[in-house]
Ligand binder design. Structure first.
Ligand code: NOJ
Length: 729
């Protein structure tokens, strides 16, 4: 508190010295002069940017990295602008800077908050070592649509899990003391409902009701704010007709007023300018007025504020108080980062040399990677493979790829720095032969270009099938290219791209002992594979340590424990598909067609949310509910390891509020615990349900807890578990 008072006082005294132009300057963020993470800005504007930096008309830069570059620009501003207010340097450090952790969706599959926090800490450590002090992460958008490429960047479909992960990531990036040279400011994005882009097409309209907004979309942002996230990014989408960048309702009323958020809001890349094509603003000047009045504090790369905000204030369209409020928020974060004590705090060349690719980081991301793997199927205990297994064929282009497993959103990283699956597996055995199979992806695919897929050239299939035929077992590595998911990467099909399914089917004809290792950035539709292939591991894109993590699981050094954070559909037509849906009025099968179903597909998913197997087995028994203390309802269950080896299990608790003034979903995750059990050992797992878990938001955004009956399910995934119920008075 004392520290805040001092910072507030410092902010006020600095603000009193600033001209209107300098204040607006703090609200302006420019992209660096080379790397872009959005449509390229106009060419030849570097000179203007330099001039603006010198005048103090820039508050922040993005996409400038490396102690030397950062120091150069910081020096320019600190030494040449009138007040010398240091810049804050932002970057998309999404799942690591050089050392890459699994993609965020994969990390979510670990349900392990400690590991996730540690992963963000590693990312912050490396980012801070190259001069950065702000990451545009975590993305906390809930999404139920695997067609949307950005699902790889989030925590999946569930609000409860997503909120816990939002908190863990914010804590990991920011630590306990933002002014430390290895912590950076986090940014919860994209406020709000960007993950509900219609038809899964990126940047598309979101149109959702208040119940979904309040109960599904907003809670992870609220959790991030409660965890003291320093910044929030708005988005490209409109929500119910209003572009979120111009939404006073979201940014002012909810975020700043209701939640008391005291950090600042950054626009998304040129999203203030995009108010014009959205048909909400007449021109850029009008866009600047609307965005500023709606509480967008900083303008990323649209030049809307720096060009027009001063005039908007002079013309009385935006009050100077509004500008002051934005600038106060921005300066406060800069003080908290310690930039006024030492603007070069994050420009330590020694740290830069020492921290990148540090061995502690390798160990941390390996741990995270193992925990992110989900065992989808293991018929006949084909996995783990014995280390003395003879004649193993490894097949598939992705098996020998050291780039794709790094995943998308890794603009600070170096290409080809992943341990490939083949490399990882070969550390355990010499009995491996490799066949690439047909070409699948263009090898020059990168972050800003489209990935192309070979659909016709079958060369390589024959050779792979021949190898499979003479082998005792086959490991197939199939899936998506690392850049097939991420921003701007929506798909209408969710199957294995190119000729990969054909390859798999032909191999399977000659050898049934197939382990399928999936590598992908989103849920896939793989009904044939799920039906026929005996063993399937979902490995997502696991980052730098991919091959090592997968090899540990394949050879049984690590017993997989991941659980799906997103439902796997049977077909694209089922999307959006998610476990916490509402009941229809006609949920059950009827002899006639008049019930809620498809005529050509089941309603059920292929793999439900929360699903994941282990090399051992767990039994659930003894579900008990003690509702005598209505404010702390205790639910307990006994979990027993009934298999032969030690394993970890994510014990999941779901509730169903049976009758409510606003219909509640058929199931909602409200608790989980990850436990470790030796064979034949049991553990009593206890959950406490308070009003926080039992209530919901009504249409006025009031949190209400209604009396009535609640069903409880505790189990191993969102579909299987023990059931009971209790009455809430
Ligand atoms: C656009 C993306 O939507 C956002 O998430 C990202 O942080 C910015 N570009 C900056 O690269």
């Amino acid at each position: 508190m004392a520290q805040n008072t001092t910072i507030d006082q410092k902010v006020d005294s600095l603000l009193s010295l600033m001209t209107l132009e300098e204040k607006v300057g703090q609200m302006n963020q420019y992209n660096g002069f080379w790397d872009v993470t959005g449509p390229a800005p106009e060419k030849g504007n570097a000179a203007t940017k330099y001039e603006h930096l010198k005048k103090g008309w820039v508050g922040s830069m993005l996409n400038v990295t490396g102690t030397e570059e950062v120091r150069k620009l910081q020096k320019l501003v600190v030494e040449e602008s009138r007040l010398g207010i240091p810049l804050i340097f932002g970057f998309d450090v999404i799942h690591g800077f050089k050392t890459l952790a699994p993609i965020p969706l994969a990390e979510a599959a670990s349900w392990d908050m400690e590991a996730i926090e540690n992963s963000a800490k590693i990312a912050a450590d490396e980012a801070a070592a190259v001069g950065l002090n702000w990451t545009f992460a975590p993305m906390v958008d809930i999404s139920r649509d695997a067609r949307w490429g950005r699902v790889m960047e989030g925590a999946g479909e569930d609000t409860f899990l997503g909120s816990k992960i939002a908190r863990a990531r914010v804590k990991g990036f920011q630590g306990n003391d933002l002014s430390q040279p290895n912590t950076i400011a986090a940014c919860a994005k994209h406020f709000a409902a960007y993950g509900f882009a219609e038809a899964g097409r990126d940047y598309n309209t979101a149109d959702i009701g208040t119940s979904t907004l309040y109960n599904v979309v907003l809670p992870p942002f609220h959790a991030a704010v409660d965890a003291d996230v320093k910044t929030v990014m708005n988005g490209f989408n409109i929500l119910n007709g209003v572009p979120v960048t111009a939404s006073s309702f979201l940014q002012h009323d909810i975020l700043k007023e209701k939640w008391g958020f005291d950090g600042f809001v950054i626009s998304d890349w040129a999203s203030i300018m995009e108010l014009v094509p959205h048909g909400h603003a007449k021109n850029l000047k009008h866009a600047a007025e609307l965005a500023a009045n709606a509480g967008s504090d900083m303008d990323m790369e649209a030049s809307a504020y720096v060009t027009h905000l001063v005039n908007n204030v002079k013309e009385g369209k935006v009050s100077e108080n509004t500008v002051d409020d934005a600038v106060r928020r921005i300066l406060k974060v800069k003080f908290e980062l310690g930039l006024f004590d030492d603007p070069y705090r994050y420009c330590d060349d020694t740290r830069q040399k020492e921290r990148l690719y540090h061995e502690e980081h390798q160990a941390g991301v390996l741990d995270m990677a193992k925990k992110s793997i989900v065992l989808l199927k293991n018929e006949g205990n084909l996995l783990p493979i014995k280390k003395d297994q003879k004649k193993i064929a490894v097949i598939g282009e992705l098996a020998n790829d050291d780039n794709s497993p790094l995943g998308s959103w890794r603009i600070g990283s170096d290409n080809n720095t992943a341990v490939s699956v083949l490399e990882g597996l070969k550390k355990y055995t010499k009995n491996i032969s490799y066949a690439k199979g047909p070409k699948v992806f263009n090898s020059d695919a990168n972050f800003i270009t489209e990935v192309t897929v070979n659909e016709t050239d079958t060369e390589g299939i024959k050779e792979a099938v021949a190898l499979a035929k003479e082998s005792e077992m086959v490991i197939m590595v199939l899936g998506e290219h690392g850049f097939q998911s991420g921003e701007g990467r929506s798909r209408t099909e969710l199957d294995l791209p190119g000729l990969q399914s054909q390859l798999l089917k032909e191999v399977y004809k000659v050898n049934k002992n197939v382990v399928l290792i999936l590598m992908n950035g989103r849920p896939l539709t793989i009904p044939w594979e799920a039906e026929n292939i005996p063993a399937i591991l979902e490995t997502w894109q696991l980052g730098t340590q991919t091959g090592n993590a997968i090899a540990e699981v394949v050879f049984g050094e690590y017993n997989p424990s991941g659980k799906l954070p997103m439902t796997f559909p049977r077909s694209v037509g089922q999307v959006p598909i998610y476990y916490n849906h509402y009941s229809t009025g006609r949920p059950g099968a009827q002899p006639t067609v008049f019930w809620s179903h498809y005529s050509d597909e089941k309603n059920e998913p292929l793999y439900p949310f929360g699903y994941g197997l282990s090399y051992t087995s767990f039994d659930y028994s003894n579900l008990k509910i003690d509702a005598s203390d209505q404010k702390n309802i205790e639910v307990s269950v006994t979990v027993t390891n009934t298999g032969k080896i030690k394993g970890e299990e994510v014990v999941q608790l779901y509730i169903h509020d049976k009758v409510a003034s606003i219909t509640r979903p058929v199931k909602e995750l409200k608790g989980f615990q990850k436990i470790s059990l030796a064979p034949n050992n049991s553990k009593k797992v206890i959950f406490t349900l308070t009003d926080k878990e039992l209530g919901f938001y009504n249409h006025n955004y009031e949190f209400v807890v209604e009396p009535g009956e609640f069903d409880i399910m505790v189990g191993t995934n969102s579909q299987q578990g023990l059931h009971d119920s209790f009455i809430k008075n």
